[in-house]
Design a protein around this ligand. Structure first.
Ligand code: ZN
Ligand code: FE
Length: 257
């Protein structure tokens, strides 16, 4: 399975999964149809599936247009998003599986950004390969999604599921927010040497207009403050008494950053 990263709108990424042998493709969170149709044409592939992580317009905006062009494509989304995702046919729960070509994704229920948000995790297909996580607006490179419909407790529980995946997992998040996220991270965790190094790398990459997605989950675990709610140093910096309060304070500070 090859992953093509398609920039869309101002800072979204659409991910097109391609199985070259079967000449089929699936698309994760199609914000816009044009880049998807162009990529499908270049690859000579048929769209068989739309994998939505949540109902926001910048993630489902092209569902209808893509279905018009590929009427037999199957639209997947979270069970709790029923009625909010155009064309949705499959209503997924935690632990459900979605197959594409010779790969199978595991569904993780990760509410917090929205109450229905799901993530798709493709485990490595052999031991020396890496897994791929499509996590929408739950986990970002260097950050996490805003809490529009969920509580900090829910989000910490969701991020715990993602944090439990192997360090080698590629994190395909839906926005190019990394530089801004790391600016915030440095403002609270400035003595973190891994974070300083990452910030310099991301700054250089962005100055060359390079994408910073995917990142590696291991890097996120070391440098993303929103995966470090149990770090005692961060807890004392934000003057919190426990893990949920640490996360809540960090999220509140980021909302105002
Ligand atoms: Zn969103
Ligand atoms: Fe979004």
């Amino acid at each position: 399975m090859q992953v093509h990263r398609l920039p869309a709108l101002s800072d979204n990424y659409i991910f097109l999964l391609h199985d070259p042998e079967q000449k089929i493709a699936a698309v994760v969170d199609p914000a816009e149809a044009t880049p998807v149709l162009r990529c499908l044409k270049e690859l000579g592939a048929t769209l068989v599936a739309i994998l939505n992580t949540h109902h926001h317009a910048d993630h489902v905006g092209a569902n209808t247009a893509l279905l018009q062009r590929f009427p037999s494509a199957v639209v997947y989304g979270g069970a709790e998003d029923r009625g909010r995702i155009p064309g949705q046919q499959v209503f997924l729960h935690e632990g459900d599986r979605v197959s594409f070509g010779d790969r199978t994704a595991e569904v993780l229920f990760v509410p917090g950004h929205t109450r229905a948000h799901i993530a798709y995790y493709f485990p490595p297909d052999h031991p020396d390969d890496v897994g791929d996580l499509f996590c929408g607006d739950t986990l970002f490179a260097g950050g996490c999604g805003r809490l529009f419909e969920g509580t900090p407790t829910q989000m910490v529980s969701s991020l715990s599921k993602l944090r439990a995946l192997p360090d080698t997992t590629r994190v395909w998040c839906a926005h190019e927010y990394t530089l801004k996220n790391l600016e915030f991270a440095l403002s609270v965790d400035g003595n973190n040497a891994d974070l300083q190094k990452r910030f310099a790398e991301v700054k250089a990459a962005r100055s060359r207009s390079e994408a910073t997605v995917p990142s590696l989950l291991g890097t996120e675990k070391r440098t993303n403050p929103f995966l470090r709610w149990d770090d005692l140093g961060l807890r004392s910096i934000v003057q919190a008494d426990n893990e949920i309060q640490t996360f809540t304070r960090l999220r509140g500070m980021k909302d105002r950053f």
